[in-house]
Design a protein around this ligand. Structure first.
Ligand SMILES: [Zn+2]
Length: 409
């Protein structure tokens, strides 16, 4: 098999050109979903796809599908994709890299006269970031039946603007049904958004799946009283109790080890006065683990330990399940194709689990899926300073091309 080539310079130029749409003075990008800038980015993408000979369709939630035909029109498409929307102070690569890498795969196949048996679809998913319309990953979620179309179209931004109206306004409310798109496989290339690949000197991450997540809200209730006259032994200090609980949350992931993570990210103490013993504290808990059994174990540890701390200190604990996301293993045969390509091309690589949510995580519920990570500088993402090495961008794109060709040939 002749070595498949991609044009890393052309990929980089496309990335830099797209970054000018909504480009910020600090070198990042602000292209919120379904704004005029999002339309401009989408239009540029669509014109590039048309130039590459693709037929472009749009579904009822604004997901864009650019099709490169295969020899056999009856086969379901082998798909690539990601998102073009960004955070308000986002970077040039989060999401956009996966779309531009897919475009470069199609351009390279065209240049080299490579035909595939199955058609290829390059997909742009609507509102992945969730920055303007919450929750995130609405386009891929709707396509995979996680959300109903009506529910998604009725979501409003903070100005009260309706997602469905904004879709129509920018001209991306398509006519293709949102569910039932025939996908044989889905590959998403993405920046890691974490520090592991760079720290280990890797060129590429072979993503084996996504972590399961469990989110909670804890409310600890004690008794408000004066910080002076109340002796220590008579106190029911909700904040001191919560502090011990937060330490216990951190200890859970440290004890379980592996890829386990446990985080308290928000805390509110009442009455929030310097000379009042806090009577009520609310905080959030985020537990993650790629191993479903270990995540269940972490959940049990959390419940038992926090309850014990509350009891010992005469506090009441109300622990509410806020949101959960199951662990999502990717398709082993597709993951193996990514790994084989990295191996054949002599790239330094490692298996890695995605700690963040991606469109691929919803797609994986219905379609065999794999992801490719490339390192990002300092692990920094959702930040205007987000950066990657051009050589890593090209390497991830080449591996994407190999994996897609092996699946669609
Ligand atoms: Zn992303």
């Amino acid at each position: 098999m002749a070595e498949l080539r991609i044009d890393g310079d052309r990929l980089w130029r496309s990335l830099m050109e797209l970054a000018t749409i909504g480009g910020t003075p600090k070198g990042g990008v602000c292209r919120l979903a379904l704004t005029d800038l999002d339309r401009e980015g989408r239009d540029r993408f669509v014109s590039w796809c048309a130039e590459a000979g693709c037929r472009v369709t749009v579904d009822a939630v604004g997901n864009i599908f650019a099709r490169r035909p295969g020899r056999n029109p009856d086969r379901a498409a082998v798909c690539m994709g990601s998102h073009l929307d960004t955070q308000p102070t986002g970077g040039r690569f989060d999401g956009i890299y996966g779309v531009m890498a897919g475009l470069e795969v199609i351009r390279s196949f065209n240049d080299q006269g490579i035909e595939t048996d199955a058609p290829l679809d390059l997909i742009v998913w609507t509102n992945e970031e969730g920055a303007r319309f919450s929750p995130p990953m609405l386009g891929s979620g709707a396509a995979m039946g996680v959300f109903t179309l009506d529910h998604v179209l009725d979501i409003r931004d903070t100005d009260g603007l309706r997602l469905g109206d904004e879709l129509e306004r920018i001209g991306y409310k398509g006519s293709v049904p949102v569910t039932g798109h025939a996908m044989a496989a889905y590959f998403e290339a993405h920046i890691e958004q974490g520090p592991v690949l760079e720290a280990e000197g890797c060129d590429l991450g072979v993503v084996t799946g996504a972590q399961g997540q469990r989110w909670y809200e804890a409310t600890v209730t004690g008794r408000e009283s004066h910080a002076g006259p109340t002796p220590m032994w008579m106190r029911r200090d909700a904040l001191a109790g919560a502090a011990v609980m937060i330490e216990a949350v951190e200890a859970i992931a440290l004890e379980v080890g592996g890829d386990a993570c446990s985080t308290v990210g928000r805390i509110l103490a009442q009455p929030d006065s310097r000379n009042v013993i806090p009577g009520r504290v609310w905080f959030t808990i985020d537990l993650r683990n790629p191993d479903a059994e270990q995540l269940t174990r972490m959940d049990a540890m959390l419940r038992v330990r926090l309850a014990a701390i509350a009891e010992k200190r005469g506090l009441t604990l109300d622990l509410v399940d806020f949101w959960a996301f199951p662990t999502t293993p990717f398709a082993p045969d597709l993951v193996a194709r990514v790994r084989d390509s990295a191996e054949r091309r002599g790239l330094r690589h490692r298996d890695i689990v995605s700690g963040a949510g991606h469109d691929a995580v919803y797609v994986a519920r219905k379609v065999p899926t794999a992801m490719i990570f490339i390192p990002c500088e300092g692990g920094l993402s959702h930040n205007e300073a987000e950066n990657v090495q051009p050589s890593h961008a090209a390497a991830g794109c080449a591996v994407l091309a190999d994996a897609v060709l092996a699946t669609a040939r």
